[in-house]
Design a protein around this ligand. Structure first.
Ligand code: B16
Ligand code: MG
Length: 218
């Protein structure tokens, strides 16, 4: 039986937590008199928490002390976690459980490869944690996407060579990370943004079992 490593990003692929990041960053930006738009939020997808705050401060032309930076990071996360606490299975994106179950039935190893330090809590909230053989998140990496580190660690934990891994990603940086890792990249989202992915689908409802079977066999 062929075994491939299937690696999933979290935010924008399994659940849509970008809306909660937006609410939390927006509140923080307002407290600093910075106008923060949904378009700017788009640019924070797949970007680490530290880098996100750096970007918001630079958009608002603000400089702050290191202590204030740390305080804002922790306030933002507390606020974000208050939204996460209310999440349940209804927030899983369409057909994600179906795809995961198909891979499990076909004995394919599955990993999470996310920039979020809250990934484990989120997977628990939506009751999907048990479906993953390995979880690599923002706590496990020293270099953020587009660096391939997160996916290379996931491949190692699954004991599958990078060239036999398939990554599902919604962010530009994440697709670049998968390509750099020499993995097959599957963009979930729009072609305008994810044109550099090997395959692009609007969402998982567009991915057939035949397609998954081909990925497994190739
Ligand atoms: P946290 P992903 C990313 O998740 C989000 O897309 C990004 O907006 C966020 O800043 C980052 O996680 C860090 O999240 O503050 O929870 O550590 O798409 O890589 O699953
Ligand atoms: Mg994402």
């Amino acid at each position: 039986m062929h075994k491939k490593g299937f690696i999933f990003d979290l935010d924008g692929v399994i659940v849509d937590t970008a809306k909660y990041h937006f609410l939390a960053w927006k509140k923080l930006a307002s407290s600093l008199d910075i106008d923060f738009t949904e378009e700017e939020n788009e640019q924070l997808k797949g970007v680490s928490r530290v880098r996100s705050l750096e970007k918001i401060l630079s958009w608002g032309n603000k400089t702050i002390s290191e202590d204030k930076f740390k305080k804002l990071m922790s306030d933002k996360n507390e606020d974000y976690l208050s939204y996460i606490a209310k999440m349940d299975e209804s927030e899983i994106l369409p057909d994600v459980p179906k795809i995961l179950d198909y891979l499990i039935v076909n004995s394919q190893p599955i990993a999470l490869g996310s920039a979020s330090k809250n990934a484990r809590i989120i997977l628990e909230r939506v009751d999907l944690k048990k479906k993953f053989d390995a979880i690599v998140d923002g706590n496990d990496v020293s270099k953020a996407k587009p660096d391939p580190e997160v996916f290379l660690i996931a491949a190692k934990l699954l004991d599958i060579e990078p060239k036999n891994c398939i990554v599902f990603e919604d962010s530009v940086a994440g697709v670049t990370a998968a390509n750099t890792a020499n993995m097959i990249s599957i963009g979930i989202g729009s072609e305008d943004v994810l044109g550099h992915a090997d395959y692009i689908f609007k969402d998982f409802t567009e991915i057939s079992e035949e397609f998954l079977q081909k990925l497994i066999n190739n």
